[in-house]
Design a protein around this ligand. Structure first.
Ligand SMILES: [Mg+2]
Length: 156
């Protein structure tokens, strides 16, 4: 099981009135609400993370694991989409990634990017869209778990 995870607008809500706190590792803190929600998705599903965030190529997988650990999130495995050299929007980046792949159906996409509204049906059905100023919530965690649960009974 995989969570395609964005960070800005998901783990770090975009408050125009407040700068996110930067921790000693140089990366912004995650919101406590988003941490709690993601932790629940991870502990109930055992999913690994594939980072889609524009920050994905800043650090190695090992460093990302440390960044998540520092924020009390314990993930088995963190990988990233390839570096977005052509500055594709998030929708095109995901389409490029899934294009031609035999898709294991067991995944959810968590992102606030509005370009994802025009994903084709088979991917949009996997999308949990956050509000960028709020980020990931308990309610959305439940919705993400439903998608992961449902995907177990679908054939890829
Ligand atoms: Mg975002």
């Amino acid at each position: 099981m995989l969570i395609y995870l964005d960070i800005d607008g998901v783990m770090v809500p975009a408050n125009s009135w407040r700068r996110p706190e930067i921790l000693e590792d140089g990366f912004p803190n995650f919101s406590s609400r988003a941490i709690k929600a993601l932790d629940r998705i991870i502990s109930k599903s055992g999913a690994d993370i594939v980072l889609t965030t524009s920050h994905k190529s800043l650090y190695s997988s090992k460093k990302w694991i440390a960044i998540f650990n520092k924020r009390n999130l314990y993930i088995n495995k963190i990988t990233s989409l390839p570096e977005n050299r052509n500055h594709l929007n998030r929708k095109d980046e995901l389409l490029k990634w899934f294009d031609g792949k035999v898709i294991d159906n067991n995944f959810v996409i968590i992102d606030d990017d509005k370009s994802l509204n025009s994903l084709p049906r088979y991917l949009k059905d996997k999308l949990i869209q956050t509000s960028g100023s709020v980020g990931l919530t308990e309610y959305l965690a439940d919705e993400a778990l439903k998608i992961l649960e449902k995907s177990k009974f679908e054939t890829a």
